[in-house]
Design a protein. Structure first.
Lengths: 573, 644, 137
């Protein structure tokens, strides 16, 4: 039911039951917000969206107040502007004056608000207490002095990720956000997924930076500098640099990376292909053995940490295959090292990912041999964008080049694996191709692509049905459990923590809340449809790698290097 | 006891007609000790009595009774109200009016009782006599009701306080208690009860003044499988002690009020959200609930009406902000007590999403009285917009303090001059602070303002929950405002920006105003000025945009003080002077050379060694070193030290 | 949840990390949430209280009668802030609002016993006396 309300002396249409903010936005009237998150109920914490409603004593928050037919609203009256300005000044009074050195310089919501509200002097001073800087986690850094207590991170961690690793502690002016017992992050149940980093309006939460480390090694001639990047990274880099993405950009990126100083550029996708085929092998084994328990597959380090903390009973069922980054890393430190005639410690291996948890993964027990890590440093897409800008590379005027062998290409399945449901799809298709020499029924496979946080399907083969489930964001775990408790058995379960998959990982560029990368996803599906190299076993790079290079290298021929183990973690849950 | 229980439940509570038959009336009169054949000694037993030493008095009286083989009965009653008179002791000789005595500590017991039993009344500690018709009067002894403290009060809700043993449900029923509740559940529908309360015009007594009947109707009219009533007995405002007194002295009336409210909205569960510190009051209330349950007044199918109700007490774990409705609900749901956005209001979606009515203890105390006497009677009290009475916790520099109940429409002057008997020690009145940490000031010029929601709103004053602090010339307004702001800063939940940061900044600025001037270089002076200019803006934005009542009312003391006592603020800020000589940073002392004998005592006690001199010669205080603590001032035997 | 924590606090005097973890396991709630919940409220302590717990009234009446100087004296003498416990586990203090003894202020209570009309000069003696009582038990 529509009716008219008056806003700033103009009449606009509003729908019964919607909030003032929604009515304003639909009519193109923008007012500032700070604690608001799309798809979440409003909390009313920031008071930035206040508007003046005639007949009401106090200012009213537009994000929560439902519209009424009689309303006469003023969105930018002097009283409202003073209120917003004073609130931001109050925030700034307790905020470090650190913009120039801050991680979010030019990208900070608070900075934008201060600019929008024309705050030009420090009217309000405060005794600033220096809260701590927590750099204990390899993936996420907490800078409590910059926190504005908007509560977004707490909600995301509780409602989307279900890890509930952080909550408000204390109250009033001593309120801050922290993990259990207010310890440092590395003792906590934080799974490093970084979704909190994506929603934090300031730099209170940001990823650990490895740029200086990478720079140092780039300047060091004693090392061979090597980089790998996952399939979605070129799209992310293009987004970060503000360029339009097309498939050609992948090869431009190779050249850009070489210009920065990396001697060898590899594609993690090759590792993904190996990953898929190893898993397919494990799945075949499991099906043949007649085992009842599902095979959990995932390239997600956050999920692994989550399972090690709170779902230890399923650890034996999780596929032991290392994630693609680590597989490629292992290959670099063995195969490539041999090929180049270097000792592994003389190689500085960097990985560019859309993920923050990969920084944690690179440091895991089992990811190094003889004291040498397979991956020395992990950069997120945002960091890679910074490095490119730092080195002044003119990306639009760079030629395309091939990546370096033996890991210079990948199948479209590898690209697919970075979308939720894509890995399961790839594994099933690979299994069918290897064992049954045919394609699975597309109609059933496509069920894994969209449809909420828990999706399932069954694929018929000649002699059995393979049931597959996809958990897209940990809220789906409950549904999986309910279904399993009801008696349903699954053969394969894919789990990703970041909703939508790695394509929405915490390392990808910040985007405004409207953008949801649908175009990119569509492009990836399209490519998979049209590609001739759609499975690992069809990729010439893989054929070479699997068939020849790995077999010939005695260190890795038994493929044990591509497997890892999981242990129960004792953290404060 | 069992027979008494059966009698009271059967013959009194179940009795249909309003007037009871004469035999029953006689029995009840006996329970009320109106006709006794032996002396009765009543001793007040609330927290304030305990603090004043009533436990020792109790042992002294018991000892006296055993040692003298007296037939006297010792009854513990609740506090009557006046705090200065504690411990209060009353003696009732058979057939004669009760005699009330004040400040009866243990050593006074024996001579007093000896005197009373031998008709020799000690006039020093006597307050007065009190009784009803049919009792013999004492000659030459004033009547309690005629004392100004009581004469100007209208004790409707406090009527039972101090008159009966709060732990005895029999005495409460004998005073007419629980009849209104039983009648309501057996003969009225939910709507009818809401109608009665709405007609009476009762308004919420926690400060907001929202019509209670209307609130109940909103909850009743929201479709739901269950509803809740929450009695807010939190009372954490500094300087508030009214709810505690009422709960200690008349807990049954609170239980009855909650019960009627629960019936009116169709709730079968009521929760009392209780203040953490008041153990005594909580125990009394729990006992009252237990005995009500025992008498079938709570439980299933109460008195065959089909209605069921149970009341539980939940202890609040310590946060002032939980007095706010939505924060209270968050707490009861087991979460951090952070207020939530309104709408939705608790009456449509409250505890666990069900319609919830949250009422203050005082509001609920009015309910049985209204049900018993009818809404029209209630309307005869008070004013047209604000019927009924209001309870205040009079404290501060008045001669008398305590819990009082006045009819709405009474002027503040009456309360100050007649009830509290003016300012003590001959000091001058500076003002009255009402409403506690979210309240405002009334100046000597406005004393004729009446206690009425609308009249006060016109003057931009909130009623508050009942705080009434009398301040005199020796109270520094700036320090008082700083005290309230410190309280609000500590209690802020931290969710919204204006309150979390605003209370902090305002406190820091106020603290800088009362700090010692010699730490000032031009930088800090400039900052202080800047800070002060921001105070008003921050205060008005806090009022305008805070999420909940805490932030919205936290600036009130400051804004009201600024409006009424602007010169005092300006003196602190610009002249760096505190006219009440309270702010240590702004006062220094000097020694009168004519009076100083050079005894060296002050110099040896000075914590910062700011006093210099040679023995037997006048001493000298170095102003820059002086921290204004006043130790020398207190200790000088020759009054040679004066405040500058 | 809150009544459960209150009972634990009453029995053990404080909430240790172990207990919070146990409660979390028992109820299925994350430790983070329980800790966040407990730190919001004044009642919950995370270190044991002293053997002598002083509660000083800072209600408006007591404030006007000088409770702030009593509080600063206690702070000076013990070297603690409210809520902290002394190293030897003997003292801790809390500031509470209005205990109801408004005409007898400044008021303080120690382990249930009331002290009225307290002035700062009496504090050192009182602390010594209390320590003596504890130590002689």
């Amino acid at each position: 039911m529509l009716f008219t309300i008056q806003v700033n002396n103009k009449k606009i249409r509003a729908e019964k039951g919607e909030t003032i903010l929604s009515a304003l936005n639909r009519n193109g009237i923008i007012i500032p917000t700070l604690c608001r998150m799309k798809d979440f109920t409003p909390t009313g914490a920031c008071r930035m969206c206040v508007v003046e409603v005639e007949g009401r004593d106090r200012l009213v928050t537009a994000c929560s107040q439902p519209v009424e037919e009689w309303m006469k609203i003023k969105t930018h009256s002097p009283r409202v502007i003073t209120a917003r300005k004073t609130n931001v000044e109050l925030l700034l009074s307790n905020h470090p004056d650190d913009c120039l050195y801050c991680d979010k310089n030019n990208n900070c919501e608070l900075q934008r608000l201060a600019e929008e509200l024309n705050i030009r002097e420090r009217r309000i001073r405060a005794k600033k207490i220096k809260p701590r800087l927590d750099q204990s986690s390899p993936a996420i850094v907490r800078e409590l002095s910059k926190c504005i207590v908007c509560g977004r991170c707490v909600r995301v961690c509780e409602e989307i990720i279900t890890a509930t690793s952080i909550d408000f502690i204390n109250r009033g002016s001593r309120i801050h956000v922290g993990p259990a017992m207010d310890r440092d992050f590395n003792f906590s149940s934080c799974i490093n997924c970084g979704q909190c980093v994506l929603v934090c309006p300031t730099a209170a939460l940001h990823e650990k930076h490895n740029i200086s480390e990478v720079q140092e090694y780039l300047n060091n001639p004693d090392f061979m500098k090597v980089i790998q990047y996952s399939p979605v990274v070129p799209a992310g880099v293009a987004e970060e640099l503000g360029l339009k993405y097309s498939r050609d950009f992948d090869r431009v990126l190779n050249s850009v990376l070489r210009k920065i100083g990396f001697e060898k550029v590899f594609t993690t996708g090759t590792g993904t292909d190996l990953f898929i085929s190893e898993i397919a092998g494990q799945l075949i084994e499991k099906i043949d053995s007649g085992s009842d328990s599902p095979l959990y597959i995932s390239a997600c380090p956050a999920w692994i940490k989550f399972a090690e903390q709170s779902l230890t009973e399923i650890l034996p069922a999780i596929s032991t295959v290392k994630c693609p980054q680590q597989i490629t890393g292992a290959l670099i430190k063995t195969l490539v090292a041999d090929q180049a005639g270097l000792k592994p410690e003389k190689i500085f291996s960097v990985s560019a990912t859309p993920c923050t948890a990969m920084k944690f993964e690179a440091r895991r027990d089992g990811m190094m041999r003889k004291g040498i890590s397979d991956i020395d440093s992990v950069l997120t897409v945002r960091e890679l964008g910074r490095v490119i800008r730092l080195y002044g590379i003119d990306v639009s005027n760079t030629d395309s080049e091939q990546a370096d062998p033996p890991m210079e290409g990948y199948s479209s399945s590898a690209a697919l694996s970075e979308i939720s449901g894509g890995l399961a799809e790839a594994v099933i298709k690979s299994l069918f191709s290897v064992r049954y020499k045919k394609e699975p029924d597309k109609q059933y496979i496509k069920k894994l692509r969209t449809g909420g946080s828990f999706r399932e399907t069954s694929i018929r083969t000649d002699d059995k049905e393979i049931t597959v489930a996809v958990v897209d964001g940990l809220t789906g775990l409950e549904k999986l459990k309910a279904s399993a408790d009801a008696g349903k058995k699954y053969d394969l379960v894919e789990v990703m923590v970041c909703p939508g998959g790695c394509i929405n990982g915490a390392g990808m560029p910040f985007r405004n809340q409207k953008d949801d990368r649908k175009n990119l996803i569509r492009m990836i599906y399209q490519a998979d449809e049209n590609s001739a190299i759609d499975l690992p076993e069809r990729s010439p790079v893989m054929i070479n790698l699997n068939g020849k290079l790995i077999k010939e290298n005695s260190e890795i021929a038994d493929k044990k290097i591509f497997h890892t183990h999981y242990v129960k973690r004792n953290v404060l849950l | 006891m069992e027979d008494l229980k059966k009698y009271l439940t059967g013959k009194v509570l179940m009795y249909e007609a309003d007037t009871l038959p004469p035999e029953t009336v006689k029995v009840l009169s006996q329970i009320r000790r109106e006709k006794t054949d032996r002396p009765v000694i009543y001793l007040s037993s609330g927290t304030s009595s305990k603090i004043a030493g009533s436990e020792k008095t109790y042992s002294a009286v018991s000892t006296y009774i055993t040692e003298n083989e007296s037939k006297a009965e010792l009854v513990m009653v609740g506090c009557t109200g006046p705090a200065n008179f504690e411990p209060m002791l009353a003696v009732q000789l058979p057939g004669k009016n009760k005699l009330f005595f004040r400040n009866i500590t243990e050593e006074k017991v024996e001579p007093l009782l000896n005197g009373v039993f031998h008709n020799d009344i000690n006039k020093d500690d006597l307050i007065g006599q009190h009784g009803s018709t049919g009792f013999e009067l004492w000659s030459g002894i004033p009547f309690m009701e005629e004392l100004p403290f009581f004469a100007h009060q209208k004790r409707v809700i406090l009527g039972n306080c101090g008159c009966y043993d709060p732990e005895s449900i029999d005495e409460y029923i004998a005073r007419g208690g629980y009849r209104a509740f039983i009648k309501a559940i057996r003969h009225y529908t939910y709507e009818e009860v809401c109608d009665i309360i709405e007609k009476s015009g009762l308004r919420g007594r926690s400060g907001g003044g929202y019509p209670t009947g209307l609130k109940w109707k909103q909850a009743l009219n929201t479709a739901s499988s269950s509803r809740y009533v929450v009695c807010n007995a939190k009372e954490s405002d500094p300087g508030a002690f009214t709810d505690r007194l009422m709960l200690e002295s008349d807990p049954h009336r609170v239980v009855e009020g909650i019960a009627i409210a629960s019936y009116a909205i169709g709730a079968s569960n009521a929760i009392v959200f209780f203040r953490r510190g008041s153990e005594h009051a909580r125990n009394r209330l729990q006992k009252a609930i237990d005995s009500a349950r025992d008498y079938g007044i709570l439980g299933h199918n109460i008195f065959s009406s089909g209605y069921k109700l149970d009341i539980v007490i939940r202890k609040e774990p310590g946060a002032f902000v939980c007095g706010e409705e939505t924060a209270l609900i968050s707490n009861l749901e087991g979460k951090r007590g952070m207020p939530k956005l309104k709408p939705p209001y608790p009456t449509s979606s409250g505890l666990f999403g069900k319609p919830t009515v949250i009422n203050n203890v005082e509001t609920l105390m009015n309910v049985p009285v209204i049900m018993q006497n009818g809404p029209e009677w209630y309307r005869t009290l008070g004013t047209a917009e604000s019927p009924g009475t209001k309870i205040f916790a009079v404290a501060g520099k008045g001669r008398l303090s305590g819990v009082i109940e006045i009819e709405m429409g009474t002027s503040f002057r009456t309360i100050l001059e007649d009830i509290a008997d003016g300012i003590r020690d001959g000091k001058k009145l500076k003002g009255i602070q009402i409403g506690g940490s979210s309240g405002s000031f009334i100046t000597p010029e406005n004393l004729d303002l009446t206690v009425d929601f609308e009249a006060m709103k016109e003057q931009d004053l909130g009623m508050g929950a009942g705080g009434f602090v009398i301040i005199d010339e020796d109270t520094c307004i700036v320090d008082l405002v700083r005290y309230y702001m410190e309280f609000m800063r500590n209690e802020s939940c931290g969710k919204c920006i204006p309150c979390r940061e605003g209370t902090g900044r305002m406190l820091e600025i106020l603290q800088s105003v009362i700090r010692k001037p010699s730490d000032d270089d031009s930088g800090t002076t400039l900052e202080r000025f800047k800070g002060v200019m921001q105070l008003e803006t921050i205060a008005s934005v806090m009022k305008d945009t805070s999420l909940c009542g805490l932030g919205q009312t936290a600036p009130n003391p400051f804004l009201s003080a600024l409006k009424n006592f602007r010169e005092e603020f300006e003196e602190h800020i610009f002249d760096r002077k505190c006219r009440a000589n309270v702010c240590r940073g702004l006062r220094t002392f000097s020694i009168d050379v004519d009076k100083c004998t050079g005894c060296t005592v002050c110099a040896s006690k000075c914590p910062v060694n700011a006093i210099y001199g040679t023995r037997l010669q006048p001493f000298f205080i170095v102003e820059e070193k002086c921290i204004g603590c006043g130790i020398c001032y207190d200790i000088c035997k020759f009054s040679a030290i004066t405040v500058k | 949840m809150i009544p459960l924590l209150q009972e634990i606090q009453d029995q053990y005097g404080y909430l240790s990390e172990e207990i919070i973890v146990k409660v979390g396991n028992f109820t299925g709630l994350s430790t983070t949430k329980i800790y966040g919940l407990a730190t919001f409220y004044d009642q919950f302590r995370f270190v044991p209280a002293g053997k002598i717990v002083l509660k000083i009234c800072n209600g408006t009446s007591c404030f006007l009668n000088g409770s702030q100087s009593v509080i600063s004296r206690i702070r000076e003498e013990t070297g603690l802030t409210p809520g902290q416990t002394s190293r030897d586990g003997v003292y801790s203090y809390e500031i509470v609002t209005c205990m109801g003894g408004c005409t007898n202020g400044p008021l303080l209570t120690v382990n249930g016993k009331y002290y009225t009309h307290v002035n700062p000069e009496q504090i050192p003696e009182l602390l010594k006396k209390l320590r003596y009582i504890i130590e002689s038990d």
